[in-house]
Structures are given as C-alpha cells and as structure tokens.
Write a protein that binds this ligand. Structure first.
Ligand code: 9D3
Length: 259
C-alpha cells in the first residue's frame, strides 16, 4: 500500500536466490526528501563497483511519497515560533514504518548526534545494514524520533544543509571496510600496525622531483628500517597535530593493545 518510491542502485536481482551475489549483502536504506542525490559519489570507484557486484545495496525511500495532502506537504512551522520549518511527524512516521522490516539500526543524521568515528563505522559494518533518516529544514519533529527510538549520529562540528551528505560520508566509511570490497583482506596488517595514528607521508616516483628528494631510507630496500621510519613519522605527525589522538594512542600502547 506504500507510496514509497524505492530505487535500488545495485545490480538488478543481485540479492535474489539464484543470483550471483555473495551470501551476505550489506543493506543501506536511506530515507530522504532528495532521493536523486543518491548514489552520488557512492556510485563511483570501489564503492560503486561493490554496489554493481551486489556486495552491498542502496535503497532510497522518498519521504515526500508519504505526504497525503494535495500539495504533498512534508514540513510545517515550528510550534512556539522561530525561524525555518520542521519535518512533520505524521509524514516522517509513515516513511519510517515503511522500512520497519529493513535490516540494521535506525539512525537519524543530526548535528546533535554522537560523532561518527571508526569504532561506530566498524560496528555498523558488522551488522546486516543500516537505515538512515536524512533531515532537511530545521530537522524532524522530536516526537517521531522518540517514538521510533532513533539513534542520532553527527559527522562533525560544522553546519551542513541537510543529512544527505552526512549519510554519504557514513556509507562511504562503512562500505570501504566490507569484506571483499576494497581488498581489505590484504591490508589489515598495515592498518593494525598504525591503529590510532595519522598516516605517514607517501612518495612515488621520480625519486627527485623539482630538486625535492624522497627520504633516503625509503630507497634503501631495508624493509625494517622503512617500517621504523614510517612509524616514527606517523607518531610525530599525530603528536604535533592531534594531541587527542596522541593521548589515546599512548594509553592504548601502555595497555599493550594491538587493534
Ligand atoms: C537553528 C540552527 N539550525 C541551523 C543552523 C540547526 C541545524 C539544523 C539542521 C543545523 C544543521 C542542520 C542540517 N544538518 C544536518 O542535517 C546534519 C549534520 C550537520 O549539520 N553537521 C554535522 N553532522 C550532521 S548529520 C546531519
């Protein structure tokens, strides 16, 4: 009975029995007033390849499809006064009800939420998928968030014009660590070695470019010296630029943690 407009950007039928999809498909369901914004950059490069291959799926639900009046109204003025408009609870509720059976936590992208970090990204990647509610205007009526026990997630302390770009940030971060997407079966050693540090500097050929030389140790062929140099640079950069990450790294190193 739903008026939802759902679009699946993955390979058609990839999630059906008899298809060529892998056993586990991570499912993203995005509720938005701007479904045409998706997949956007998520359709490119390795995320896009994973989508085409059916390793993950992306469905959008057009919230406006749940408006019932002649003008398909989705917003109204804030009760109590003030600037802007608020997304209506009735329309948002019907949109949320339409994704009740979709897998994963229900997350409202919101500047008031828990700030996204790699720990949350790993949690989400380990689940069956995620359902993302994107707000516009001044946000969604608080009662519908409470009624559906929605979690709130922010992507950082700056002001966006809506939740769609934040949803893309979250999905990019999750999809790149799904098994079989970016060859992350090959590289976890590298990532664990540096857990909690900023990246060491990278160089490619030529070894001399406009009088700028690549650090000599990298040309030495001594893999252990290269490893030590990279670790020292990563530590130096982290200590200088991100005292918060540096303090946590020291604490974890003190506990003997390797992850
Ligand atoms: C009256 C104050 N409002 C506008 C300045 C608050 C406000 C409402 C809606 C601020 C931003 C938004 C839209 N932002 C998001 O939907 C959003 C967001 C963000 O702005 N920053 C960081 N993470 C996120 S996740 C969703």
């Amino acid at each position: 009975m739903e008026k939802a407009i759902k679009r699946d950007f993955g390979k058609n039928g990839a999630n059906e029995p008899g298809g060529s999809a892998p056993e586990r498909v991570w499912r993203a369901t995005v509720l938005t007033l701007f479904p045409e914004a998706f997949p956007g950059p998520l359709g490119l490069s390795l995320a896009g390849k994973g989508l085409q291959q059916g390793r993950w799926s992306l469905d959008t639900v057009d919230i406006r499809g749940f408006a019932q009046d002649r003008h398909r109204t989705v917003d109204d003025a804030p009760i109590g006064g003030g600037p802007g408009m608020v997304m209506r609870p009735d329309v948002t509720d019907r949109a949320l009800a339409s994704v009740a059976a979709c897998p994963g936590r229900l997350i409202y992208l919101s500047p008031r939420g828990r700030v996204l970090d790699q720990a949350l990204v790993r949690e989400l990647a380990a689940e069956g998928g995620v359902r993302l509610l994107c707000g516009r205007f001044e946000g969604v009526d608080q009662r519908v968030l409470d009624a559906h026990r929605v979690e709130e997630v922010s992507v950082g302390d700056y002001v966006l014009s809506g939740g769609e770009t934040a949803a893309m940030v979250l999905l990019d971060a999750v999809v790149r660590i799904l098994p079989g997407i970016m060859g992350n079966e090959d590289s976890p050693g590298e990532e664990s070695f540096e857990a909690g540090l900023l990246e060491y500097p990278q160089y490619t050929r030529p070894a001399v470019w406009q009088d700028w030389e690549v650090p000599e140790v990298l040309l030495s062929g001594h893999h252990e010296r290269v490893r030590q140099w990279r670790l020292a640079r990563a530590e130096e950069i982290t200590r200088q630029r991100r005292p918060d990450l540096w303090a946590r790294y020291l604490a974890r190193r003190g506990e003997g943690r390797k992850d």
